[in-house]
Design a protein around this ligand. Structure first.
Ligand code: AMP
Ligand code: MG
Length: 494
């Protein structure tokens, strides 16, 4: 176990040539205080959980003191934002402290919100308490759901004012990932026509994270296929759990297939395929139903960037078409079958799952509750009648007849398999979360934190680490949005 002073820092990214980044120190935050910290994430880097309660912990992760052995830098990247080439971006408010080898691999440690960098453009380099709590909670909620994601170690707040739509206060969220390299990191060098740098970056990713690509006839083609497959699987996960990223710009797409850069994300409450979680996304480019296509679009942006290393455009196209869509479709079907309690893949499943989404779209039941409650229904209609056995699902529908008609189809499909109710119900509860980070839950934790009570952040965090377990003490977090949360809007402002 390490102390804060003995973390074994290394930084492979910093061994790339100097124009990949700028070395610089975080800007201190006045009067920092600890909002929340995760002992589990500390464990990923072998940090003794007792270190979390030292006053120095807050100082280090406010960016007020350099962690011994760290060598902070901000990385450059570019990207497409809302479908338009945005030119150079970069870590405008993120400082990569370095990499620490943990029991199960290396983790880069990054402070987000610790001051301006050469890539800040006109922005202040800060993050607000609200968005930092959202990133902290959602990173760990996604990890709890088994969805690939960056992780979050802690949130440190400060009384320093930060101007957004209103005046808010500053915070720093510390996040961890094997790498924060984005699609846009590759687009950057391609657009500058700096092919040596493009190759160095690709070689870095292959060497550090995807050594198996080395054996392929063209390692860069293999890398693009790997990214295509992982991105397809990631977005299948998002769709299945009802997660919307909100800003799927190419600079927010992880080369490792992780959920990256939590901003105006949302989890589906009442199902609506057209739902737009980002209030700033006027055209709905990143709506729930658009995410799979956008993943594909983003891979083409990455493919264009890697094309000089792969060869001709036909090879790039083949690499994307043979990886992304099959991975997305295969994984999505598997996840949806599991959510519906189906153990076998049978012909006609695609139609049935399509029909299920049609019924959800017509009736807008709460998405998370629908699947969770479905896991309580018996596989056969009880002699006592539908009212008794099927109430948990029927009650989510205004049109009870529509629910009944769908349940008949579902039971017919279940009947094609021989699983016992007990076995199927247990399997369904293990894949259909009871608790997701609904906007209203994040918002209530944020409101309490603003008033100086951080216990709600910790409660939400503890609950969402085990989203599939019944947790009677957290029953309140399983609820659909209360009336006060009716008009909650989340924008890009963070
Ligand atoms: P995002 O939309 O949050 O992914 O950010 C897009 C770009 O703007 C990235 O290069 C960020 O680093 C940068 N950025 C966002 N907010 C700030 C801020 N408050 N200060 C500096 N840079 C920022
Ligand atoms: Mg970003």
């Amino acid at each position: 176990m390490h102390t804060l002073e003995t973390l074994p820092f290394d930084n492979a990214f910093a061994r790339l040539p100097p124009h990949f980044y700028t070395r610089l120190h975080p800007e201190p935050l006045p009067r920092p205080y600890l909002v929340a910290a995760s002992a589990e994430v500390a464990g990923l880097i072998g940090l003794d959980p007792a270190e979390l309660s030292r006053p120095e912990f807050t100082q280090f992760f406010a960016g007020n003191r350099p962690l011994p052995g760290s060598d902070p830098l901000a990385a450059v990247y570019s990207g497409h934002q809302f479908g338009v080439w945005a030119g150079q971006l970069g870590d405008g408010r993120a400082h990569l402290l370095g990499e620490v080898a943990g029991p199960a691999g290396g983790w880069e440690i990054q402070l987000k919100g610790a001051g301006q960098t050469p890539y800040s453009r006109f922005a202040d380099g800060r993050a607000v308490l609200r968005s930092s709590i959202r990133e902290y909670l959602c990173s760990e909620a996604m990890a709890g759901l088994g969805i690939p994601t960056t992780r979050a170690l802690c949130v440190v707040g400060s009384s320093a004012p930060v101007r957004r739509e209103t005046i808010e206060t500053a915070a720093v969220v510390t996040r961890l990932a094997p790498s924060f390299i984005r699609f846009g990191s590759f687009e950057h060098w391609r657009v500058l026509r700096q092919m040596d740098e493009l190759r160095q970056l690709a070689d870095h990713v292959i060497e550090r994270f995807r050594p198996e690509c080395r054996a392929a006839a063209n390692p860069y083609d293999a890398l693009l296929r790997d990214v295509g497959r992982r991105t397809g699987e990631l977005i299948a996960h998002w769709q299945a759990v009802g997660f919307m990223h909100g800003v799927m710009n190419t600079d927010n797409m992880s080369i490792l297939g992780l959920t990256l850069d939590y901003g105006p994300f949302g989890f589906m409450d009442a199902f609506d395929a057209g739902h737009i979680c980002n209030h700033s996304d006027d055209d709905g480019r990143y709506s729930y139903k658009s995410q799979p296509q956008i993943g594909h679009w983003n891979l083409y942006a990455l493919g264009r960037a890697l094309a000089p290393l792969i060869g001709d455009q036909a090879a790039v196209q083949a690499a994307i078409e043979e990886s992304y869509a099959p991975a997305f479709e295969g994984h999505f079907m598997d996840l949806m079958r599991a959510k519906l309690g189906l153990a076998q893949a049978l012909p006609g499943d695609e139609d049935f799952i399509g029909e299920t989404f049609g019924v959800l779209q017509q009736n807008h039941p709460d998405y998370t509750q629908f699947f969770r409650q479905l896991g309580r229904l018996p596989g056969r209609e009880d002699a006592a009648g539908r009212g008794a056995t099927d109430a948990p699902v029927r009650d989510l529908f205004i049109d009870r007849a529509a629910a009944d008609a769908w349940i008949v189809l579902w039971r017919a499909r279940l009947g094609a398999e021989g699983r016992s109710d007990a076995e199927r119900q247990a399997a369904m509860q293990a894949v259909n979360p009871k608790y997701v980070l609904r906007n209203w839950i994040a918002e209530s934790a944020i409101r309490a934190a603003r008033a100086g009570d951080y216990s709600e952040v910790t409660a939400v965090h503890d609950c969402l680490r085990h989203p599939f377990d019944e947790q009677p003490e957290y029953e309140r977090f399983a609820a659909a949005p209360p009336d006060w949360a009716e008009g909650l809007a989340v924008s890009c402002s963070s």
